[in-house]
Design a protein around this ligand. Structure first.
Ligand code: SAH
Length: 215
């Protein structure tokens, strides 16, 4: 795969656009500038990869809009060495952004094809998140607790067992709502049985679905 000067130039512009929309975390902006988004798309046409828009990937899913990836990542306040659980690997783009920020990433995907593709593709470009095929609603109790949990699909509610899998002081970021729109929430676990919730505007994601899809 080629990452040309043209790609790099378009990425710089994309990052300026995201900065203008309000993203301030320089480390997040740097990660987006570094990671070639066109590697993660079936069709790597420049005009699609570096527009600030979501794009269809396999199995009827989407790679999130770069601004949304930046927004969710900023809310996670990633520190080097953070253990992060992502629900919805999709293309693997968000997982690689988290790795760029120094996180140790665990990611779950319910579409077998997407899981299988990421399992081969991500190591081939030098990224090694721990990938799982399964139902993200259940989280990964065997690997808990996590410093941060990120849901990258629309959740009807923030699953309780995922909050259980957070460390005290940990943050869960999720778009919560129905299929039309969701409110971006960050939920901080303040003690074993208390949380504080913050709301950050409305977004639109593909739905978080129960169980595995075996196609
Ligand atoms: N983070 C992705 C965006 C993925 S879109 C990226 O960077 O490309 C949301 C993804 O969540 C889809 O791939 C969808 O299949 C997956 N998903 C939906 N419900 C799920 C569940 N219960 N468990 C795990 N993954 C799920």
């Amino acid at each position: 795969m080629i990452d040309s000067y043209k790609h790099k130039g378009l990425r710089k512009k994309l990052v300026e656009g995201i900065r203008d929309k309000g993203i301030q975390d320089e480390n997040v902006l740097k990660a987006i500038e570094k990671l070639p988004r066109h590697f993660f798309m079936d069709s790597s046409f420049l005009e699609f990869a570096y527009q600030d828009k979501p794009f269809p990937i396999a199995s009827g899913q989407t790679i999130s809009q770069p601004y949304t990836v930046a927004f969710q990542t900023e809310l996670l306040k990633i520190k080097k060495g953070d253990k992060v659980l992502e629900i919805g690997t999709g293309s693997g783009y968000q997982a690689c952004i988290l790795i760029e920020l120094g996180a140790k990433v665990f990611s779950i995907e319910r579409q077998k094809k997407l899981y299988q593709k990421s399992k081969i593709f991500l190591p081939s470009i030098g990224y090694n998140p721990k990938l799982f095929y399964g139902d993200g609603y259940k989280g990964l109790p065997a690997f808990a607790p996590f410093d941060k949990i990120l849901i990258t699909a629309a959740a009807p509610f923030a699953p309780k067992n995922l909050i259980e899998q957070l460390k005290i002081g940990g943050i869960l970021v999720a778009p919560v709502g129905n299929s039309d729109f969701q409110v971006m929430k960050s939920i901080v676990k303040t003690s074993e049985n208390t949380t504080e919730e913050y709301e950050h505007g409305t977004f639109r994601f593909v739905p978080l679905l129960k169980d595995k899809a075996d196609d």
